[in-house]
Design a protein. Structure first.
Length: 184
């Protein structure tokens, strides 16, 4: 993604064509971030538009010493976290039914992992409970520390660590379950 300083200057001057050009240039990068945190493409697109509006609104505070790609990524992730908090407040009570399978046959899991593609892994991640999925994405994919995640989501470091452990266990169980179905 190559963003020219002139394009940013035009966006600061509220040039609509420049804003649209910036949107087109950053769309696929920002959408890939949104899809990791959203259950559907529609929700991801909505989040992207909210985040892009924040990018345009805060463009005057952009520090040219920081790579633009990192700056917009941070804004988009913060937007997704805000949207997550909003959705969490709106939901009164969600109940999850989980089935745990006990398997000690780790060599089958490792061998079969080569048969999984990225889309299948993302689908499994998407099936995690919302809080657990959020922590997993922030820690594993986006590289945040447990302390940073705790601050972003208003949870303790220990709770962040628990969600990560829970995500790993659930993913392991889901992978084993998929492998068991294929083998059986």
């Amino acid at each position: 993604m190559n963003i020219q300083p002139e394009l940013i200057k035009l966006c600061l001057q509220k040039n609509r064509k420049a804003e649209y050009d910036l949107y087109k240039i950053t769309y696929s990068y920002l959408m890939s971030i949104c899809m990791r945190y959203s259950k559907s493409k529609d929700i991801a697109a909505e989040s992207l538009n909210i985040g892009f509006l924040k990018i345009l609104t805060n463009l005057k505070s952009y520090n040219t010493q920081i790579p633009f790609k990192m700056w917009i990524r941070r804004i988009m992730i913060n937007t997704l976290i805000d949207e997550y908090r909003k959705q969490k407040r709106e939901k009164e009570h969600v109940s999850y039914v989980e089935t745990y399978y006990d398997s000690s046959d780790f060599s089958d899991v490792n061998e079969a992992m080569s048969n999984f593609n990225v889309a299948q892994i993302y689908k499994l991640i998407d099936e995690l409970p919302p809080s657990t999925k959020e922590v997993f994405n922030l820690y594993v994919i986006d590289g945040y520390s447990h302390k940073e995640i705790g601050e972003l989501l208003n949870i303790s470091e220990g709770t962040s660590k628990w969600h990560l452990s829970e995500a790993r266990q659930k993913l392991k169980n889901k992978i084993e379950e998929k492998l068991f179905i294929k083998v059986a």
